[in-house]
Design a protein around this ligand. Structure first.
Ligand SMILES: [Zn+2]
Length: 720
C-alpha cells in the first residue's frame, strides 16, 4: 500500500487518515494514488468521481480530483472543482490554496497573496502546494513590478526547497539577483530590525518576528499595526510595517510607512535617506516622469532589397542571429543594432576629436522577418517616444527604402534613468566606436548624466530639478534619496561615479567615509548596500574584503564588485586564495579586451582546477560570452581547452555541439537530437580540423554574419 491508516490525510487537515474524512476510504484512496503515480490519470479521475457520487464531496476526494484536473490541464473542470471545494470547506487550507491559485490564474495577484496567507495561518506548516504557490505568485508580483514582494516570495520558495525539487526548480531567486533592472536596495532583501533591549514593546515585537519566521506575514502586520497605535513614534515598529507591507505586495501602504519614518524623532539621517529611497523605488523611481515605449512593426514589400540597403548603412551593425525557432514563430532573418549616428568601423585613435557628444548611442535593435502565410515581410523594433522619436522613425523608413504599412502599439513607459540604463545595457564592444580606446570612461558617463538626468524636472521633486531640490529644505531629502537610487543604478552600469560625486555635482555636501571599525561587528555589509560606496575598501582587511566581494557580486553591484576584485588581486597574499577565482570571473565578465578576457578566464579555470573543481561549466559559459563579445583569441583558446581537457566530462560534448549548431558554426542537417556518436564526432572534428584550419568553424573575425543574412544551409521561413 502507498497509503495506510497512519498516512496524513490528503485533505490538508494535517490529521492521520484514520482520524479524518478519509477514515472509511483508505483502500480506495490507495488505489487512486497508485493510478495517479502509474500515469493512469483518466482512470483515477473516474474512480474519484464515482466515490464522490457514493460518499459525497469529501475534502480528501476533492483534493485528489483538483490535483488530477491540474495534471490533465483541464482548466474549466479545475475551476468548477475549486469553487465547489471552497464553498463546502471555506476553512480548509487546501481549499484556500487552490482558490489562491485560481485567483492567480485570473490575474488577481493581491487576493492570491491574501488567500495564501490565510491558508498558512490555519495550517500546521507549509505544504509543497503552498511552496510552489510562493513561486507562482512571486513571478506574477515580479511581472507587475512589486519587487519587494517578489523577492520575499522567491526567498521562501527557495528556502523551502527539498533535495528532490532543487534539481528541477526554476532558479527564481538567482534570476532576480542577476537582473540589472532591479535596484540593489531590493536585492539586499528587506528584514525586520532587532528591537532595542529596553523597549517597552520588546516582547510583542519579538512575537511579530516569530510570526514572520513562520511566514505568517498578514498576522504579523496586524499585530504591528496594533502596536503602532500604542507606540506611535518607534522606528522599528514603523520600519516593520513598511517592510511587511512590502513582502505582501501592498506597495501603497508600504510607501506611506516608509515616508512616515524620516519624521520620527531622533532618526539617523542615513536611515531617513534609505526610507525615502525605498518609497521612491516602490513608487516606480525608474518609471517616474515617463516616456512611452512604442513597439513598431514596419511592413515591407521587398525583404532582400531592404536587407541590402541596411547592410550598407553606416549607422547599423549586423549581429548574429540564433537559428532556433522562437516561441512565437520563426526566427528573424537578420538583426541589426541601430546607433544614433555613424559608427566607425574601427575605434578611432583617441584624441581631442572624440568628445562625448560624438559617441554613438544605441537607438534600437531591429529584427527583419520574412513573409509568413498570414503576414507580409516586416521589421520589428521598439522606440522611446522622446524628442527624437520622429527623426529616428523617419531615418529607419528611409533606410528600408519604403514601407507599405506601419503598426504602432504602446507597450509601457520608461523614465529618464530607465532610458539611460536601456541605452547602456549592451556590451560596450557591440558598437564599434565605443571600444575602450575611443572614449574617456569618466567623461562619457558624466556627459550622459548631465544631459539626460540632472536637468530634468521630476514629479518626485514636485517639478524641481535635482540641483534646485537640493537647495530647498522641504525637498532636500527627496533629492538625496533620488541621488542614492541613481548612484546604485550607476553601479550596475560599472560607471565609476559615486554617490558623493553626484552630490557634489548638485551642490550637496559629500557624505563622510565610513571607517572599517563601523563595518565590523554589525551586518552592515549584508543589509546596507546603500553605504557600500562610502567604504574605504583599500583599507579593508583581507577577510572583510572577501565578504564584501561576495556580497556585492550577489547583489550584482557591478562597479563595486570590480573595485573589490582589483584590490584583491593586487594583494599577493590573496591571489592564491579561492576568492581570487571569483575576482577573475568578475573581471572577465566586465572586460572589453580580448587578451585580458582570456587571461582572467584561464586564471579562474586554473584556480578551480587547483581546488579539484572542474571548470568545464564555467568555460562553456564564457565560451558563449567570448562569442558574443567577438573575442577571437579567447574563443579559440577556450574551445581548445574544453576539447583537450574536458570533453570526457558528462554533458560537455553535448552542450558544445548544441552551442556550435546554434551559432551556425556547425550545420545540423540530420535529426534534431544528434545521437551520442555523432556528437562525439562533431566535437572531435572541431577540436582538430575546426580550430586548426578555421575551415569548418565560425570564428568572430571570419564571415561573422553569414548565418544571419540568409546564406545558411538551414531552412528559414521565407527562403526561396
Ligand atoms: Zn481529511
Amino acid at each position: 500500500m502507498i497509503v495506510d491508516a497512519y498516512s496524513v490525510c490528503p485533505c490538508g487537515s494535517g490529521k492521520k487518515m484514520k482520524f479524518c474524512c478519509s477514515a472509511d476510504l483508505i483502500p480506495e484512496i490507495d488505489k487512486i494514488i497508485r493510478a495517479m503515480v502509474g500515469d493512469q490519470r483518466k482512470s483515477a479521475l473516474d474512480q474519484i468521481d464515482r466515490l464522490i457520487a457514493q460518499k459525497g464531496p469529501r475534502a480528501a476526494l476533492l483534493t485528489c480530483k483538483i490535483e488530477l484536473h491540474k495534471l490533465l490541464h483541464e482548466g474549466d473542470a479545475f475551476r468548477a472543482a475549486v469553487l465547489l471545494f471552497h464553498e463546502k470547506y471555506p476553512d480548509n487550507p487546501n481549499s484556500l490554496v487552490f482558490l489562491a491559485e485560481l485567483h492567480a490564474i485570473d490575474g488577481d495577484v493581491a487576493s492570491g497573496v491574501d488567500l495564501l496567507q490565510r491558508a498558512i495561518e490555519i495550517s500546521d506548516g507549509i505544504t509543497s502546494e503552498m511552496r510552489s504557490l510562493f513561486g507562482i505568485l512571486g513571478q506574477m508580483l515580479f511581472a507587475e513590478g512589486h519587487f519587494a514582494a517578489a523577492r520575499a516570495h522567491f526567498v521562501l520558495f527557495e528556502g523551502l526547497a527539498s533535495e528532490q525539487t532543487r534539481e528541477t526548480d526554476p532558479d527564481l531567486l538567482r534570476r532576480f539577483q542577476n537582473s540589472r533592472q532591479i535596484s540593489p536596495l531590493f536585492k539586499k532583501g528587506l528584514v525586520l530590525r532587532p528591537p532595542r533591549p529596553n523597549a517597552e514593546w520588546r516582547d510583542d515585537y519579538l512575537g511579530v518576528i516569530e510570526l514572520c519566521r513562520k511566514a505568517h506575514w498578514a498576522q504579523a502586520l496586524e499585530r504591528l499595526v496594533a502596536l503602532a497605535q500604542r507606540f506611535a513614534d518607534q522606528f522599528e515598529i514603523m520600519h516593520g510595517i513598511a517592510t511587511i507591507c512590502g513582502w505582501l505586495g501592498n506597495d501603497e501602504l508600504s510607501i506611506a510607512a516608509w515616508r512616515r519614518l524620516p519624521a520620527l524623532p531622533g532618526i539617523d539621517h542615513d536611515d531617513a535617506i534609505d526610507a525615502e529611497a525605498m518609497a521612491q523605488l516602490l513608487e516606480g523611481f525608474v518609471d517616474a516622469d515617463a516616456f512611452e515605449v512604442i513597439e513598431l512593426s514596419l511592413e515591407i514589400d521587398d525583404l532582400n532589397n531592404a536587407l541590402e540597403r541596411l547592410k550598407s548603412q553606416p549607422r547599423l551593425r549586423s549581429v548574429p542571429v540564433s537559428e532556433q525557432e522562437g516561441d512565437e514563430g520563426p526566427p528573424p532573418r537578420a538583426v541589426f543594432l541601430v546607433a544614433d549616428r555613424v559608427v566607425a568601423d574601427r575605434a578611432p585613435p583617441s584624441g581631442p576629436q572624440d568628445t562625448p557628444n560624438s559617441i554613438p548611442i544605441l537607438m534600437t535593435v531591429i529584427s527583419l522577418f520574412g513573409k509568413e502565410t498570414d503576414r507580409p515581410a516586416r521589421v520589428d523594433f521598439q522606440l522611446i517616444r522622446d524628442a527624437n522619436y520622429s527623426e529616428q522613425l523617419a531615418f529607419l523608413k528611409e533606410a528600408l527604402g519604403g514601407v507599405t504599412n506601419q503598426v504602432e502599439s504602446p507597450i509601457g513607459k520608461i523614465g529618464f534613468v530607465g532610458n539611460l540604463l536601456r541605452q547602456h545595457c549592451f556590451p560596450v564592444g557591440e558598437l564599434g566606436a565605443m571600444s575602450k580606446d575611443s572614449i574617456d570612461h569618466r567623461e562619457f558617463p558624466w556627459h550622459q548624466i548631465r544631459s539626460q538626468v540632472l536637468p530634468h524636472a521630476s514629479s518626485l521633486l514636485h517639478g524641481s530639478t535635482l540641483a534646485q531640490a537640493s537647495q530647498d529644505s522641504a525637498l532636500r531629502l527627496r533629492a538625496e534619496a533620488y541621488l542614492l537610487n541613481l548612484s546604485l543604478f550607476i553601479d550596475n552600469l560599472s560607471w565609476e561615479i559615486s554617490l558623493n560625486d553626484l552630490r557634489r555635482e548638485v551642490g550637496l555636501e559629500p557624505l563622510p567615509v565610513i571607517p572599517e571599525e563601523a563595518v565590523r561587528g554589525n551586518d552592515i555589509l549584508l543589509h546596507d548596500c546603500a553605504r557600500v560606496p562610502r567604504f574605504d575598501l583599500e583599507q579593508f582587511s583581507d577577510s572583510l574584503l572577501e565578504q564584501m566581494l561576495i556580497t556585492a557580486s550577489y547583489q550584482s553591484m557591478s562597479a563595486t564588485s570590480v573595485r573589490c576584485a582589483k584590490i584583491i588581486l593586487a594583494r599577493p597574499a590573496m591571489s592564491d586564495h579561492s576568492v581570487a577565482i571569483l575576482a577573475h570571473q568578475i573581471l572577465s565578465s566586465r572586460c572589453d579586451d580580448d587578451a585580458e578576457f582570456k587571461m582572467h578566464v584561464f586564471r579562474a579555470a586554473d584556480g578551480m582546477a587547483k581546488k579539484d573543481h572542474s571548470p568545464a561549466q564555467m568555460l562553456l559559459e564564457v565560451l558563449f560570452e567570448s562569442w558574443q563579445k567577438q573575442f577571437r583569441t579567447s574563443f579559440s583558446a577556450i574551445l581548445e581547452r574544453l576539447q583537450r581537457q574536458h570533453s570526457r566530462e558528462p554533458g560537455v560534448k553535448e552542450t558544445l555541439y548544441q552551442f556550435l549548431v546554434e551559432i551556425g558554426a556547425l550545420q545540423q542537417n540530420i535529426a534534431a537530437t544528434p545521437p551520442a556518436a555523432q556528437v562525439a564526432d562533431a566535437a572531435a572534428g572541431i577540436g582538430t580540423a575546426g580550430v586548426a584550419t578555421g575551415a569548418a568553424i565560425w570564428t568572430p573575425d571570419s564571415a561573422a554574419s553569414e548565418s544571419a543574412t540568409g546564406k545558411s544551409k538551414l531552412w528559414l521561413p521565407g527562403m526561396d
